[in-house]
Design a protein around this ligand. Structure first.
Ligand code: NDP
Length: 446
């Protein structure tokens, strides 16, 4: 088996050189899915995985725009349309200086499996630009978004490719992108998700990824006769996913001890109160400031500059910032300090060595493609509401989200249950694979 996997990975890596993040994501899937393919004759000999790792289309384009000093700036924009076997391409846009093709291909590849797990009809895609919105004025962000969309609009559409937000792309950016799309196409359609609720957005979409992570983690805990109540939780990041994961943890009576950003972490020994969490949201969403500013109002909190939070004693860790933020040494520290459950809010935040360590120590570990699928699931519900020209209530959407997360958990149990342990990585990869593979087989070699 090892020989088959290695020869597959060798072929993929020779075609995708200098793409470490993409190869990391492909390797994890190959290790789980190839043994399954070998055991299941309908998939064997069809080169299904080789077809899945090749994007259906990759777009790369110049984004030129003028900053507030009237200087001309040039960024690179991308859209990776990875797989449309089960529905139109769906996946977020990321604006961050470290965006490159390797990062977007890993995200688009993960998105195939995640979208499949939601059971909604969505293919996989991802896009973005190496543009950093941090420190830019609103008008600069608007001009950038308008220039970006002036190229992207040719390639997307409500039945073709429906982008959403991701790191650096929140409601402000989605608004500017949608405005420019509408102006260019002269059409009001559900071409983006994460829209404002007064112009086609779904209730609960901003909360969905963070809430979904906690709903999934709660299912893992329940499966072991446990719960969030009184648990100490460490969260990394303080963006969209981290904020609403923290909010849901508080409502389940857990203690959230920490949140972070790329400049360091803030630690509240007794856990954040609702008011304290609102203050973090205000710093991040309204002032667009740094996490350290929290200390001005709450001086007893500890701020650790340029440090990751994984040394804090906790029961549950929810990495919600970015890829590869939780390494082998972080995993060792977490386990040594008593952490027994990890739910990924970000995409691929744990390195392969960290995941292996969690597996060996029988830590309940939820991979992002399962546990953070709530965001894209509610995006799928937003698409459905746009098509119906109707909107569901907060309660209705939240119930649907909860059910989808519970169903994803069930699929992981179906394919990932081992003796006295659930391998959620294996479960998510195989369950996500099966639906897409069946659609690809039915649609022929295209
Ligand atoms: P945001 O831009 O809202 O927040 C990102 C957070 O992560 C910020 O606190 C940011 O800090 C921090 N961060 C980013 N890069 C780094 C880094 N290199 N080191 C340390 N901290 C960093 O993004 P989201 O909350 O939307 O996304 C977070 C993660 O969740 C990403 O992996 C994303 O792909 C994933 N995800 C998001 C979904 C969504 O619906 N939004 C859906 C599914 C997954 P700073 O402000 O300093 O940059």
């Amino acid at each position: 088996m090892e020989k088959i996997i290695n020869s597959f990975l060798k072929e993929v890596s020779s075609r995708n050189q200098n793409e470490p993040e993409f190869m990391q994501a492909v390797t994890e899937v190959a290790e789980n899915v190839i043994p399954y393919i070998v055991q299941n004759k309908i998939y064997y000999g069809q080169n299904i995985l080789l077809r899945m790792v090749e994007p259906e289309r990759v777009l790369s384009f110049r984004v030129a725009w003028i900053d507030d000093n009237e200087e001309i700036q040039v960024n690179r924009g991308y859209r990776v349309e990875m797989n449309s076997a089960i529905g139109p391409y769906k996946g977020g846009l990321r604006f961050h200086p470290n965006v490159n093709l390797s990062v977007l291909k890993f995200l688009a590849f993960e998105q195939i499996f995640k979208n499949s797990l939601t059971t909604l009809p969505m293919g996989g895609g991802k896009g973005g630009a190496d543009f950093d919105p941090k420190g830019r004025s609103d008008t600069e962000v608007m001009r950038f978004c308008q220039s970006f969309m002036t190229e992207l609009f040719r390639h997307i559409g409500p039945n073709r490719d429906i982008p959403a937000g991701d790191i650096g792309v929140g409601s402000r950016e989605i608004g500017y992108l949608f405005g420019q799309y509408k102006r260019l196409k002269n059409e009001f359609t559900g071409v983006l998700t994460g829209k404002g609720t007064s112009w086609g957005g779904s209730l609960i979409r901003p909360e969905a990824t963070g809430y979904g992570v906690v709903y999934f983690t709660e299912k893992m805990l329940e499966n072991q006769g446990n719960s969030f109540k009184n648990k100490k939780v460490v969260i990394s990041g303080s963006g969209n996913v981290a904020q609403f994961a923290a909010e849901k943890c508080l409502s389940l009576n857990a203690k959230v001890l920490c949140m972070s950003d790329s400049s360091g972490y803030i630690y509240e020994k007794e856990g954040f109160s609702k008011e304290q969490l609102s203050h973090i949201m205000e710093i991040k969403n309204i002032k667009r400031g740094r996490i350290q500013e929290y200390q001005k109002k709450y001086p007893k909190a500890i701020f650790e500059a340029n440090k990751k939070p994984w040394g804090i004693v906790c029961d549950i860790a929810l990495p919600c910032a970015t890829q590869n933020e939780l390494t082998f040494s972080d995993a060792k520290l977490l386990v040594k300090n008593g952490c027994f459950c990890v739910g990924e809010g970000a995409n691929m935040p744990s390195t392969p060595e960290a995941i292996k360590f969690f597996y060996e120590n029988k830590i309940f570990f939820a991979p992002g493609k399962a546990s953070n699928a709530g965001g894209v699931a509610v995006s799928g519900l937003e698409m459905a509401q746009n098509s119906l020209r109707y909107s569901w209530s907060r309660k209705e959407v939240d119930e649907k989200l909860k059910k989808i997360m519970a169903d994803i958990h069930k699929s992981c149990l179906e394919f990932g249950s081992e003796k006295e342990y659930v391998n959620y990585v294996k479960g998510a990869n195989i369950a996500g694979f099966v639906k897409v593979a069946e659609a690809m087989l039915a649609q022929g070699v295209v």
